[in-house]
Design a protein around this ligand. Structure first.
Ligand SMILES: NC(=O)c1ccc[n+]([C@@H]2O[C@H](COP(=O)([O-])OP(=O)(O)OC[C@H]3O[C@@H](n4cnc5c(N)ncnc54)[C@H](OP(=O)(O)O)[C@@H]3O)[C@@H](O)[C@H]2O)c1
Length: 260
């Protein structure tokens, strides 16, 4: 618990796992955490981009490491979580950010239903696997912890009609956040979610300018969010300042949700 704002935000010496911490919103969170003194374990599949990021982060003076991890694979997640504990001596913060989008009408799916299963397996089950594995480590270490799930404003609204598995996965992750917050409060593990709206990242990189302009017109503040802005909120939810906040889903979408 904080007693003064002078010591409110720094994450100095804390160890954070950030899934998908190598690109877009995840890299915004990695940057914000590094600037606040955290050590970071980046969990993702693309080694090259993670290593380039680690070079960039090295100016902030912490320890930053890449763990090749596919969050849809339980054994891979478990091996990486164990490796972080061995390398850093424990885990203080978990950010479940890694995710995929799934576009297309449900009635156009093939009978293997892979578009549905893949999105649910990464966006919802991937976060669950990581919560399960890291939650156990945090409980057993007895020092509490912070979990921040990156969901989406699409978890609360049918934003785009052909986004069904994504919307469902993010709604599920919002509910998982609340269930775990209650279940894990006795262990002093806070579980919260950030629900971004349109934010610049690989998700949005291919958008033609006219589409971005059209989308911005629907956002009261008139622009997309930037990854570092999500990072700033994640720092708050990962720091002692938010010890009284658990089970919250904080929307950061420039007011997009207000008319929906
Ligand atoms: N951008 C937006 O407008 C927006 C809005 C609301 C919510 N979000 C959420 O924000 C999060 C980050 O997305 P982004 O916009 O920053 O997109 P992005 O730049 O495409 O990043 C996606 C990240 O997820 C990782 N990832 C994907 N599949 C994975 C897997 N199976 N195992 C491990 N990591 C995996 C990717 O790393 P590798 O490919 O290297 O594994 C990458 O780092 C997502 O959860 C997304 O739903 C984004």
């Amino acid at each position: 618990m904080i007693t003064s704002m002078e010591t409110a935000y720094p994450l100095k010496g804390k160890t954070a796992i950030i899934t998908g911490g190598n690109t877009g919103i995840g890299f915004g969170i990695s940057t914000a955490f590094a600037q606040q003194g955290a050590n970071i374990a980046i969990f993702c599949r693309n080694q090259q981009s993670a290593e380039e990021d680690i070079k960039e982060l090295s100016q902030y003076g912490g320890v930053y490491k890449f763990y090749r991890t596919d969050i849809s694979d339980f054994d891979n997640c478990k091996a990486s979580v164990d490796a972080v504990c061995a390398d850093f001596g424990g885990i203080d913060i978990l950010v479940n950010n890694g995710g995929v989008a799934a576009m297309g009408g449900v009635l156009d799916y093939g009978e293997d239903l892979k578009d549905w299963f893949h999105c649910i397996d990464v966006d919802l089950n991937g976060a669950f696997r990581m919560c399960y594995l890291v939650g156990k480590k945090m409980r057993d270490a007895g020092k509490g912890g912070k979990v921040v799930n990156i969901t989406s404003n699409s978890g609360n609204m049918c934003n785009i009609p052909s986004f069904t598995p994504y919307n469902v996965a993010k709604a599920g992750l919002n509910r998982l956040t609340k269930c775990l917050a209650w279940e894990w409060a006795p262990y002093h593990i806070n579980v919260n979610a950030i629900a971004p709206g349109f934010t610049h990242s690989n998700f949005t990189k291919g958008n033609p300018p006219e589409l971005e302009k059209f989308m911005c017109e629907k956002v009261p503040v008139g622009r997309f969010g930037e990854p570092i802005e999500i990072g700033a909120l994640a720092v708050y939810l990962a720091s002692e300042s938010s010890d009284m906040v658990t089970g919250s889903v904080v929307t950061i979408d420039g007011g997009y949700n207000l008319a929906r």
